[in-house]
Design a binder for this molecule. Structure first.
Ligand code: CTP
Length: 325
């Protein structure tokens, strides 16, 4: 093999409301070569094909770029993968999940690259999709969604599936724990560009980033609402973020023993940490100077509100998408 040669892989998609199914597709695609290029469609083109996405272009670009399996993104990639484009990028394989992708005219979006003989399928992740997450939120907005319903469903074999995904994601996190250890914690529900940016800023405070995640019941106790994604799902999204070196389940109040056990040198309260008194016991290691988070306006609540204010639009889209699946 020529020195410095990189086998380039291409994959593309909408990556709306980035979830661990997307991350798992990117993980598998990256494994097919040495360099992964991800084409992300613009909202304009998604709207023409399957209806308005929930997340805006810059929000989707940021979160895909923040995924540890991604080497490069191509913004506003055409919906149907173009032979010329992948040739220009010197791509050897085009990958996509093993679901049929048809455009609005019923055409397979990959026909050009299938003809070139470079198309490969990766395994689609079972039990999660943007459509399904939006469905959870629509149910929740009417008060009929409960994590309980979802947990029962997930226990039906889903749980073992999630554990298996967790160990595969963990295998990609190989950084040695040394240097200045930074800690941030939170809910990390509906993983979005605000999280990616906060984690990047936190990582810049040191060398190794430990992220504390709250259990579903902890979240419920302090936000009074159920998280949309359960703890395993939230963990998977976090683990796929390039700035995260370790994920631990953490208590709401951070004390000295937790800090010592995890060798934490500095705590960077995440941008949505409203209650800073929970760090009072370890006040001297809390960092308060912060770079600006351009996506600081995003939160689970904000996203749910976007969906509710576009309720009719999204219910129509859901119907259309369900009919396709
Ligand atoms: N994907 C996957 N597993 C899922 C969901 C998506 O492997 N549960 C993959 C898709 O097959 C594709 C990539 O993630 O390769 C990007 O998918 P995207 O274009 O965002 O759309 P969908 O396939 O429609 O996924 P979703 O229903 O979540 O919108």
């Amino acid at each position: 093999m020529v020195e410095g040669y990189k086998k380039k892989i291409w994959t593309d998609g909408c990556f709306d409301m980035f979830h661990y199914g997307h991350a798992n597709a990117l993980r598998q695609a990256r494994d097919l070569g040495d360099y992964l290029i991800v084409g992300v469609h613009s909202s304009l083109s998604i709207n023409q094909e399957k209806g308005l996405p929930v997340m805006e272009d810059e929000e989707r670009y940021e979160v895909v770029q923040g995924c540890r399996y991604v080497d490069e993104i191509v913004k506003d990639a055409p919906f149907a993968t173009q032979a010329d484009m992948v040739r220009n990028y010197d791509v050897k394989i085009v990958a996509h999940g093993d679901d049929i992708v048809l455009d609005k005219d019923g055409q397979d979006s990959y026909f050009q690259v299938r003809k070139m003989g470079i198309f490969k399928e990766v395994k689609r992740t079972f039990g999660v999709s943007t459509t399904e997450i939006v469905g959870r939120m629509l149910l929740n907005s009417r008060g009929s969604y409960s994590m309980q319903d979802f947990s029962e469903e997930t226990d039906n074999g889903h749980s073992a599936y999630h554990c298996n995904l967790l160990s595969m994601f963990k295998a990609s996190m190989t950084r040695e724990k040394k240097g200045k250890i930074v800690f941030v914690d939170g809910n990390f529900d509906l993983f979005h560009a605000g999280h990616t940016t906060a984690l990047r800023i936190a990582k810049e405070l040191g060398d190794y980033l430990v992220v504390g995640i709250h259990e579903d019941k902890t979240t419920k106790a302090y936000t009074r609402t159920e998280p949309m994604m359960n703890i395993k799902e939230r963990m998977l999204a976090l683990m796929s973020c390039r700035y995260v070196d370790e994920v631990v389940v953490s208590p709401y109040v951070i004390g000295q023993s937790f800090v010592s056990k995890n060798s934490i040198d500095v705590i960077g309260p995440s941008f949505d940490s409203k209650d800073l008194s929970r760090y009072d016991g370890v006040r001297e290691i809390v960092e308060h100077s912060y770079a600006e988070n351009k996506f600081g306006y995003l939160s689970a609540e904000h996203i749910v509100n976007r969906i509710i204010s576009n309720y009719q639009n999204y219910t129509d889209r859901q119907k259309k998408r369900n009919a396709h699946h």
